[in-house]
Ligand binder design. Structure first.
Ligand SMILES: [Fe+2]
Ligand SMILES: [Fe+2]
Length: 207
């Protein structure tokens, strides 16, 4: 088993045999994108360099195990939960975060109540402020990956109702329709929650 997270991410993507994987990896590494070094958040789970890569792998591991469990209980869903699609949608669901974090120093109170200066991040949405899931989906396309419609939908809607614009009936209906059409949408959403809330429980480095 490969222990280097970046190598594991690349090997998993390459294992899909999909066209454009190497182009996408180069894209995630270039310009303002720092996917492989970015944190997963500022104040919550995996808020350290490389946290976004760890989170993406956690979601992929959880999604692959969920896939096995669901197929064992519902064998008829196997053709609709293709392993390659699960890997692509789970690994790429949060690539929108690759260009939004800037290292900074910030004052915080330590466990004794004293102010100390710690490493942190500023969040800057100025580079392509398209949103969250929709930005990840577009980046996967721009990166050159040959990606399926159901994979794009699973990425777009991985936040489910947490990402619905207020009072947008069209967005709500699109989300529900995508979930009704593609079990992959629910699988990636569940795996994201398992990773962020359970596998990464207690990984916020705030005293
Ligand atoms: Fe997300
Ligand atoms: Fe996520």
């Amino acid at each position: 088993m490969n222990t280097n997270p970046k190598d594991e991410f690349i090997e998993l993507l390459r294992s899909t045999g999909r066209d454009g994987v190497d182009d996408l990896i180069a894209y995630l590494d270039e310009g303002r994108n720092h996917f492989f070094n970015a944190p997963a958040s500022v104040n919550h789970h995996l808020n350290h360099d490389g946290g976004l890569l760890e989170h993406s792998l956690n979601v992929c591991h959880a999604a692959l195990k969920l896939r096995e469990m669901v197929i064992a209980m519902r064998p008829d869903l196997e053709p609709r939960l293709k392993r390659d699609s699960v890997i692509i949608a789970s690994l790429l669901h949060d690539i929108c975060k690759a260009d939004i974090y800037r290292p900074t120093r910030r004052k915080r109170k330590d466990s004794m109540g004293l102010w100390v200066e710690v490493d942190s991040y500023d969040v800057d949405y100025s580079n392509f402020p398209m949103g969250h899931g929709e930005k990840s989906a577009m980046m996967a396309l721009w990166g050159g990956l040959d990606i399926d419609q159901e994979e794009l939908l699973a990425i777009r809607w991985h936040m489910t109702a947490w990402d619905l614009p207020m009072q947008s009936v069209e967005a709500m209906k699109s989300l529900n329709t995508a979930r009704d059409q593609h079990p992959l949408c629910s699988l990636v959403q569940l795996a994201d929650g398992i990773a962020a809330n359970l596998l990464e429980f207690g990984t916020d480095e705030i005293e």
